[in-house]
Design a protein around this ligand. Structure first.
Ligand code: PGA
Length: 244
């Protein structure tokens, strides 16, 4: 894994944004794998600025998102559909028909998972996957104990994840307890992965990711088996790693 250490979250966003924009310019038909949460917001702001100032176009690009809460309609400000629309898609020239997010309100959620996998395959797989990391080592909503062979499926959120994500809701009780999440095997098929982390709260997780054993108890450790992962993290998130 390649590790890029930056001074703060602003630098993290700029470094990741530059890398992504460059890859979009080099391959306009790129399939981007996108993430939600607090971590990628600055990167999305960079991509929006770059689109406006430098004209990087997403008109031929596609995107697939990692996950979606079950039960939140698209109009709910906490749905990841709403997050992506307001934080990124509305500000780029990407075609809404080519942005894919699991539908957490589908009548048949199992079929939605199967179809999502098919959709990714039809697109030819993900070229560049952006990831955050949970304090418990989750990637997407793949919580500790998830099989490395997992495909897009219905998952239950860990208590720690519900607590962490409660900051976006009025109360912890409002956080959905289930989600549709791309699986670990699906994520590992991405041709290239960029993982972002900032802040002291992610230091232990990054230490386990970089130095720990590969185990399903720590989902992000699966990334050690991928040949093209770049971690872009700030000094706080890398504060427990002494040799970089
Ligand atoms: P965060 O979430 O960006 O809000 O910290 C990261 C994650 O859970 O993957």
């Amino acid at each position: 894994m390649k590790i890029i250490k930056v001074s703060n979250s602003t630098e993290m966003a700029k470094t990741a944004g530059e890398m992504i924009a460059e890859k979009v310019r080099a391959n306009p038909e790129i399939v981007l794998g996108l993430a939600t949460g607090g971590t990628p917001i600055g990167t999305y702001q960079y991509l929006i600025e770059d689109h406006k100032e430098n004209g990087t176009s997403y008109s031929k690009a596609s995107s697939v998102n990692l996950d979606e809460y079950i039960g939140l309609p698209k109009t709910d400000p906490n749905s990841y559909y709403f997050f992506m629309k307001t934080n990124l898609f509305d500000h780029l020239d990407i075609s809404p028909e080519r942005t894919f997010i699991p539908d957490g309100t589908a009548d048949d959620l199992e079929a939605e998972c199967t179809n999502y996998e098919k959709r990714i395959a039809e697109l030819g797989g993900v070229d560049l996957q952006l990831l955050g990391i949970g304090r418990n080592g989750h990637i997407a909503f793949n919580e500790p104990g998830t099989s490395f062979d997992s495909r897009t499926q219905i998952v239950s959120l860990a208590e720690e994840t519900i607590t962490d994500n409660a900051r976006f809701f009025s109360s912890p009780e409002e956080v959905p307890t289930k989600a549709i999440s791309m699986g670990i095997a699906t994520i590992l098929e991405s041709k290239e992965i960029i993982l972002l982390a900032n802040g002291k709260s992610k230091a232990e997780a990054l230490h386990s990711l970089i130095k720990g054993e590969v185990t399903e108890d720590f989902p992000a450790s699966a990334l050690q088996r991928h040949g093209n992962v770049t971690i872009i993290a700030d000094e706080d998130a890398l504060s427990l790693i002494n040799d970089i």
